[in-house]
Design a protein around this ligand. Structure first.
Ligand SMILES: [Zn+2]
Ligand SMILES: [Zn+2]
Length: 266
């Protein structure tokens, strides 16, 4: 565990939509979205994609889920930490289509979609339906509704000394970009959606994602000290992502593409 004065942020999965395994994808990694944080003596996970499988839990764990699309939930089914009776795990998500966090996850993880409910595996599991800001110990978590089919919650986490903004699955229309720019103003680290490249953006408008250029420009506009793009398309190979990153990085030096296994300290 890190000391209280330093946050450790680990990218456990940066892929969007679906995990990929061939060797041409291994530099950026196979697994779908999950970021692990040690902050203020707590362990937080941002999203529960397949990367959560490798997430080491602490005694108390807080899993913040932006929305219930499968690529952000699939890791829960094979997260062995759920079965540890000494570990408390809280799953946070806003209601979607009138259904609570508990109802959504109880439906997905249960017959006929899955053989066993999560709360049968984990004795210390709690579901929390979020609606606006909340706190976890010394951390304040603010939320912003993003532009994504079915809705998505973006998170701003701060302890008053440093701030991380996690905004994936967002299509940056003018309105959505203005709101996020305000929300993320002056943050230390912005983890942002970069699923699309310029060539396929036109045919994928309305799917709820941003181009790498849009994500990088948002980071520059809000004055983020560092911008890390994630949620890469499962068809994007390492070679393609490397080339795109070089191009983006020339124009936006504070912006990099995230790779599974990378660790940042704030
Ligand atoms: Zn997604
Ligand atoms: Zn989604």
């Amino acid at each position: 565990m890190e000391t209280k004065d330093c946050w450790k942020i680990e990218l456990l999965g940066v892929r969007g939509s679906m995990a990929v395994t061939p060797k041409e994808f291994q530099e950026f990694g196979s697994d779908t979205l999950c970021v692990r944080m040690e902050a203020g003596g707590k362990v937080l996970f941002l999203d529960a994609g397949s990367g959560l499988m490798y997430g080491i839990a602490g005694a108390e764990n807080h899993v913040l889920i932006g929305h219930p699309h499968l690529d952000h939930l699939i890791g829960l089914c094979k997260w062995k930490e759920l079965a540890d009776p000494d570990k408390k795990i809280r799953l946070y998500m806003a209601d979607h289509e009138g259904q609570s966090c508990e109802k959504i996850l109880h439906t997905l993880y249960g017959p006929p979609f899955w053989p066993v409910h999560l709360e049968e595996i984990s004795k210390g599991l709690e579901y929390v339906s979020i609606n606006g800001s909340f706190t976890i110990g010394d951390l304040t978590i603010e939320t912003l509704e993003g532009n994504h089919p079915g809705g998505v919650t973006h998170f701003k986490i701060t302890d008053g000394k440093r701030t991380l903004v996690y905004a994936v699955d967002c299509e940056l229309t003018q309105e959505a970009r203005d709101a996020l720019e305000q929300f993320a103003k002056g943050c230390d680290l912005l983890i942002c959606d970069g699923q699309l490249n310029d060539d396929d953006a036109a045919s994928k408008r309305g799917w709820g994602h941003s181009t790498q250029g849009e994500g990088a420009a948002l980071g520059a506009a809000c004055g983020a000290k560092k911008t890390v793009l994630v949620h890469f398309d499962p068809s994007a190979t390492d070679e393609q992502l490397d080339a795109l990153e070089r191009k983006i990085n020339q124009k936006f030096p504070q912006c990099v593409f995230g790779r599974q296994g990378e660790i940042y300290h704030l």
